[in-house]
Design a protein around this ligand. Sequence first.
Ligand SMILES: [Zn+2]
Length: 131
Amino acid sequence: MVIQGCFCGSGISFDQCCQPIVEGNHKATTAEALMRSRYVAYVVCNVDYLIATTHSSQRENYSRDEIAYWATSNQWQRLEIISVTQKTVEFKAYYLDTNNQLKVHHEHSRFVFENGEWFYLDGDYFENETI
Ligand SMILES: [Zn+2]
């Protein structure tokens, strides 16, 4: 299957961008790359990857069922990166909810680098934003 451009919107082909990261063949080398790959993991519903890239101190806050539900009940449209620092990424993820309404998940996420890998730590949400 040929996919034109990665789901994360990088403009790079999927197999050169997030696919090898989400499938475990490459580690994300930056917080932004991890963020992009985690968005893609929601698109393709790779729950294992989402758990594995959540920092160990936070994993108990997430359930596999909730992640899978959030991933599959929404139709992910696109990712917009707003700003990036070494350890933070602000982004907007656009999706159609179960009522086919276009919604945005706007988050300022924090990441940590530990034992040679980036992990998602936590984030601040911008609630109820309109588009
Ligand atoms: Zn990508």
